[in-house]
Design a protein around this ligand. Structure first.
Ligand code: ATP
Ligand code: MG
Ligand code: MG
Length: 382
């Protein structure tokens, strides 16, 4: 296909997007550091070396691209809005990215569209007085969150009692903050939603398991959740995404509370960790779907369904910089297992270095197959 897509960011999401684009012979130009993971599988001289927060680099990237998109939301949206007003196609819309990149504004937006979200409160100056007021209103624990630049839980601090207020302020100093009421969830669910030029489609609702606020495992479909709730989760995710302008995939993270209420935790305006399983488990992956959506190519709805159950396990770095490679080597001998390494070089503790996906006729079989790899991951991250 004779198209060129420019991507702000070239991490693992950009790399897997590039794999999908390569199969359709779509050219992908990346704006990121010289040795970014995505650039390593895209051999042409027109990548841009620089930052996705730098306006001049973004302007440079936009030249000769049919459409610009993102693999990370922490980008300069002022220049994207300016380029958009000059006729550059950007998906999703810069306005959408700028709302979502501020988690507090994102929640205010969702409330305006009557989408159920975790209750939140503004913290204008970050004083201990303000946090005490949050404690009185929400009770303890509550979650203190950075409005911007948050990922993998870096930016969150669970405040367990008023004695932890000064520690929380110190941990997140110099960041714009807001607070969230603690969600007593029985499970976390996620749905990848695809917004095309004329429809909003959903992948199945999956279960995500986080450890230390980092996604560890994804079960597709979610375990021990009725099909009625799974359907409700898909509908809520679609309603939330439909309130944002622009095409592409969106990752919607949700809390399933003990009384079966669903609340949105957050939305990502791009492919997402909770959708990696789609590469092996669905005929059209989240990366294929993102590419097709932004280029106005067809996406049959049934291609978003599971071929068979899947479990995805993240491989995080350990204290040994090569620890993640040992997991990947072990996984080579595990049946029904696909391995993805992100080519980030040496690992460090908690950094996402790769993932594996097991698919099997039943979740139970997939669980048995993946258990030795979960054990191995626990050893390096323990
Ligand atoms: P991501 O890498 O998904 O972008 P993030 O840094 O934006 O992560 P969040 O999604 O806000 O972080 O939170 C990470 C995890 O922390 C959640 O998946 C959940 O397990 C826990 N968490 C977040 N907010 C709350 C809350 N209000 N109540 C209880 N747990 C929460
Ligand atoms: Mg996030
Ligand atoms: Mg999250």
């Amino acid at each position: 296909m004779d198209k060129t897509v420019g991507v702000l960011g070239g991490g693992q999401l950009g790399r897997m997007f590039a794999e999908a684009a390569n199969r359709l012979n779509v050219t992908v130009k990346i704006l990121d550091k010289e040795d970014a993971p995505a650039k390593k599988i895209l051999n042409h001289p027109s990548h841009i070396s620089g930052s996705f927060k730098n306006s001049a680099s973004i302007r440079e990237l936009s030249k000769g691209c049919d459409v610009l998109t993102i693999e990370i939301e922490h980008v300069d949206t002022t220049v994207l809005k300016e380029l958009s007003s000059q006729g550059v196609a950007i998906e999703p819309y810069p306005e959408t990215i700028s709302i979502i990149q501020d988690k507090y504004l994102q929640k205010e937006h969702l409330k305006k569209y009557e989408v159920a979200v975790a209750q939140s409160m503004k913290i204008p100056t970050g004083s201990s007085k303000e946090l005490e007021m949050v404690g009185e209103a929400f009770g303890y624990p509550f979650m203190l969150k950075s409005r911007r630049e948050a990922y993998d839980g870096r930016g969150n601090f669970p405040v367990k009692s008023d004695k932890q207020i000064s520690e929380a302020i110190e941990a997140l100093k110099d960041r714009e903050l807001y607070a969230e009421k603690w969600a007593k969830f029985r499970a976390e669910l996620a749905v990848m939603v695809v917004q095309t030029k004329d429809s909003t489609l959903a992948y199945p609702a999956v279960e995500t398991v986080h450890e230390n606020s980092i996604c560890k495992l994804v079960y597709a479909p979610a375990r021990n959740v009725s099909s009625a709730i799974l359907k409700k989760a898909q509908d809520l995710a679609k309603k939330a995404v439909a309130s944002f302008k622009g095409k592409g995939v969106f990752g919607v993270e949700m809390f399933l509370l003990e009384d079966d209420t669903l609340l949105i935790n957050e939305i990502a305006p791009r492919p997402h960790n909770s959708g990696h399983y789609t590469i092996e488990a669905c005929p059209v992956s989240q990366y294929d779907a993102h590419l097709r959506a932004i280029l106005d190519l067809p996406i049959p709805e049934s291609s978003l369904q599971l071929r068979e159950p899947a479990i995805m396990l993240n491989i995080l770095g350990g204290s040994d910089p090569k620890a993640h490679l040992k997991i990947a080597e072990k996984a080579l001998s595990v049946p029904r297992t696909s391995i993805h390494l992100y080519a980030k070089g040496d690992g460090s503790k908690g950094r996402k270095m790769g993932h594996v996906t097991v698919t099997a006729p039943t979740t139970r079989e997939a669980e048995a197959i993946i258990q030795p790899l979960i054990d191995a991951v626990d050893v390096i991250s323990g």
